[in-house]
Design a protein around this ligand. Sequence first.
Ligand code: HEM
Ligand code: HEM
Length: 185
Amino acid sequence: MAAAAPAGADADVRLVRVWDPFVRLFHWALVVFFTAAWLTGEEIDWLHELLGYGVLALVGMRVVWGFIGSPHARFRDFAFGRATTLAYARDALAMRAKRYLGHNPLGAAMVLALLAGLVVTGGSGWLLTTDLLGHEPRWLEETHEVAANLMLVLIATHIAGVIFSSLSHGENLVRAMVTGMKRAE
Ligand code: HEM
Ligand code: HEM
């Protein structure tokens, strides 16, 4: 794992690479594609479908990366049990949550929920373009619409979690998702 002292920063602060380039590119491309897909729903069909397939392709690649990627990108690194996650949630409420270099247990649950939500949103969108379940059945349109809106709730919670975690540990997690680096301790 790479370690370096930041230029011009306190020499005592040791930085380690946590997020590899693929994870960072995946994340910000996902933000762009998801936002654009959301904005083009019901507006520009061909572009909306293209962007939606882009989201599904990104999620597909991330799942593969979860098995072969760098240590903190692997699902193994953030597969926490229910007891650990609940204990972490209690500690977070009491403002004494332990710091994790990779995803913390609540963050990990959110990552999995976001990926699953994107599969349901993209998958239901794709099914709407086929006649596999009938021609654009109303329930499928509603599933797609509700899933897309639920994603907004998840994303708002995701961003709130990122801000909360950043403040609790005095670090900028958004910048870490850009540079890939976090302080070692
Ligand atoms: C501008 C708004 C956003 C910000 C500032 C943001 C920030 C972050 C940060 C800091 C992390 C790393 C969390 C950690 O340290 O454990 C993260 C992870 C993640 N975010 Fe976001 N996020 C944003 C929007 C989104 C959106 C719109 C989606 C989904 C459509 C999303 C999906 C994810 C996923 C799947 C991960 C896990 C990354 C991985 O392990 O590959 N984020 N986000
Ligand atoms: C994964 C990212 C996606 C997001 C965030 C998303 C979001 C949306 C939204 C917000 C709407 C408008 C819903 C309404 O108010 O009626 C919509 C409609 C639609 N989307 Fe998507 N979508 C995604 C992926 C896809 C994909 C991959 C396809 C197909 C290949 C698709 C096909 C459609 C179709 C056909 C409609 C019109 C449905 C109707 O008539 O109600 N979407 N989408």
